[in-house]
Design a protein around this ligand. Sequence first.
Ligand code: 5MM
Length: 340
Amino acid sequence: MNLKELNSVALAMTGNGKGILAADESSPTIKKRFDTIDTESTEENRRRYREMIITAAGAEDYIGGVIMFDETIRQATSDGVPFAKYMSDRGMVPGIKVDTGAKPLAGFPGEVVTEGLDGLRDRLAEYYELGARFAKWRAVINIGDDIPSDFCLQANAHALARYAALCQEAQIVPIVEPEVLMDGAHSIGRCEDVTNAALDALFGQLAAHRVALEGLVLKPNMVISGSDAQDRASPTEVAEATLRSLKAHVPAEVPGIAFLSGGQTAEEATEHLGLMNQMGPLPWELSFSYGRALQAPALDAWRGKEENYGAGQAALYKRAKLNSLAHFGKYETSMESEAA
Ligand code: 5MM
């Protein structure tokens, strides 16, 4: 393992005002997204949509890495350039989702554990050949009356750490994503407690598995009220609670933290990131790895129609630019109404 190189890839993904475009929707998830715009989820439509967002002019100034799904890393632009090569040529690090999804955790009703470790060493070697220099694995933690259990947190953290160790062995930067879901009516305080417990379990397992912290990227949820909560915490409270949790659990050796958006609107996700970066100095790069919060406006502008291709690219560019400004702590909500 060349740790110096892993560290510089992690910084290329999250440093210098850049963040990550999470475009690794699995086939069932991208179908759900396309259903909302009455577009059929054919292989060509998926390819064309991914081409639209990846090739948006100027986006490479703000996007340091793109997470792809297995199908996408085997696809190419309309001119025949493999997507991974297209990205590297423009300075965006190609990445790949390698987990195979969250499945019910036997014996623990309502809880899930992420699968995908079997054969992972061989799959990573193939993805490296295809150009991937980072990978992603997402653990899903549900909040409920009696959940998450400590067992569930440990099982997911153990799998994340085994995955991360295999990635580093293959000279691929692991994004470790322990996502505490927003679903539910819980308070921000409950989200903070669960996020703290999830991060505690994760860093314990990463240490036990001898994963080098300098060579990974953490992709956490923000500490935020449940989506059905009555009294919603303000943006400043979200920023303060999230930083409190991260500062208590994430060692300074971690080069970059890149948030997921988790169901926040595009504007909320940007505002929260901007506020946190205004509360610095921080020991790590604090950036974004948004799926919905980067793509939803682009998907909506495109609606599966070729004549909207440029509008879709403009919408993606706008979100990438505003999130980059938020990364620099220079975002103001008034910028939303300014032209892209
Ligand atoms: C883009 O969506 C990713 C893949 O999801 P599925 O495996 O369920 O299809 C997802 O892991 C995503 O990268 C993260 O949840 C962050 O996306 P959001 O939309 O929460 O920012």
